[in-house]
Design a protein around this ligand. Sequence first.
Ligand code: GAL
Ligand code: ZN
Length: 676
Amino acid sequence: MPETTPRAPRGPSGLAFGGDYNPEQWPRDVWDEDARLMREAGVNLVSVGIFAWSLLEPAPGAHEFGWLDDVLDLLHANGVRVDLGTPTVAPPAWFYRAHPDALPVTADGTRFSFGSRGAICHSNADYRAAAADITTRLAERYADHPALAMWHVHNEYGVPVSACYCDSCAAHFRRWLARTYDSVDALNEAWGTAFWGQRYASFAEIDPPRATPTVGNPAQALDYRRFADATLRENFVMERDILHRLAPGVPVTTNFMTALSQCDSVDYWAWGREVDVVTNDHYLITDGRRTHVNLAMAADLTRSVAGGAPWLLLEHSTSGVNWQPRNPAKAPGQMARNSLAHVARGSEGALFFQWRQSRRGAEKFHSAMLPHGGTDTRVWREVVELGAAVEALGAVRGTRTEADVAVLWDWQSWWAQNLQWHPSEDHDPRERADAFYEALYDRHLTVDFAHPEADLSAYPLVVVPALYLMTEAAGANLRDYVENGGTLVVSYFSGIVDEHDAVHDGPVPGPLRDVLGLTVEEFNPLPAGGGVRLRGPGGAELTGDVWTEFVVPRGAETVWTYTDGLVARRPAVTRNRLGRGTAWYLSTRLAPAALDVLLGAAAEDARIAPRAALPRDVEVVRRSGDSGSYLFAVNHTASDAKVPLEAPGTELLTVERAAGRLAVPAEAVRVVRLDG
Ligand code: GAL
Ligand code: ZN
């Protein structure tokens, strides 16, 4: 990527505020009102044209850019910058009539139809050519438009179709395999095809993991996920390179969806390296859990994918969405807390899906900045207020969120772990990641996520929730980390298989045996609804569920012991000293409150000083950099709170001096720029 490409949207200093703007859904007289109201709300960045291919090219080769020229000119005249979409997620009907093979096929052979969005086989040569063509034309036409701040390629790669299983993908997969493996024998070895007679004599015999009578080859399934992800990335890179060539200096993004519940099919560690600006879409999942904790986790993961650098929240909702079973409105003030919690964790602004609520189409019941009810509405008033708040926080731009601990995360391990025929269907790696995150959140510790092979030396504490797939290199990395003084906490079902889903040689957990000072002789998952008791220091008791193991200490000390069931009197939690550091191991599932006991002990080993008493659900996060140091306090509770300040400063939203204990009213946000 050219050195000159900025890592943020081009445009005014300060934070970005705005949303997806779809003027093609509205008559022109509405556009003037849009521009006026955008000014009123302080909007300075909108994403345009993401789904507009059929309007930009109504017939093959017949382009109509006039309307988009007018939109960009109007926005420019009103001081609004544009994140300009390449509309390649929504090819027109005529394209599919000409190229029906571009419609993707499911593993059981169903070919999707036109009439929604994202119906794309990314291996299809006609699709690639058409996507390159429309991208080229947009770049040629708008490269120098003064409103252009950033390119928005495609939309949310990985959803709604994560992989296609058609014949053209099969051929593409074979080429990918031939590049990945030196020979078909190397593939046979890696995939373990001696099992169930799956040996291949040539690459030509290999198909995608289509429907099979019983479980298919897990290594094949895992490689197909890698292939599908790489194929999506090839198409992103193709568009990005066209845009870089024709519009040098304009950053290129594509909107991620790092929350696992929303997209789990792409490896964002790899994607983060390809984009100029990491952007994310985040929607609250209202399934009864603490939505602000899930939001914080997604924001931390997004920042981590950006390498700790600032990123941009490109979509979230002002109020309810329309695609969950039940879509409650946000409570008064919740939108601002959500937006500013993202900013606290590194976002350089807050954008929404979408600017004006649609009247037609599948998303007419999704909230927007400007609701059906217009400006005399609660949502609009809160949007205008938030616009002012975002403007008041402009100085935080470019600063970095400070993290206390690292949690290891790897999408490839997640893919492998979700393959079939494992010891217990009750074990859910995402649940483990959520639970450890929640326990750390409740200790008011800020989390960076890290790839298992990343440099961990900056973190006093590293947590490994359930990292089933772990390379030898990752194991060596963790060993170095501990030997050099780090504190590691590892949860069960980690370090089990290598990159081909083959169990590591020797006793489990292969690459972690030395660092943890133990082996695991057998897994012993519990019956549905069953529990197990543990006794620890001073006779304290905890209850686990889902999972137990026969742990054999080989150097580690036993800290907690099982007291019932098949594992009675065996170690439940162990601690191993290695070099200058310590490695803890937990062999059962503990809920976040019980995990806190273990994390408390590990935090002591890591010499992480306990946070000054803060109420649960009062979130305190710091950003710092050249422009200063900022403390964000987000009060998710219904009571006023006090947050201790390490230095006096100026609260930026009220423009009042603050010292000692900062008052954060119920459900409010405060941001203090600390003196010094
Ligand atoms: C996003 C998508 C938007 C809109 C939004 C609704 O995933 O990018 O176009 O559909 O969801 O929540
Ligand atoms: Zn295909």
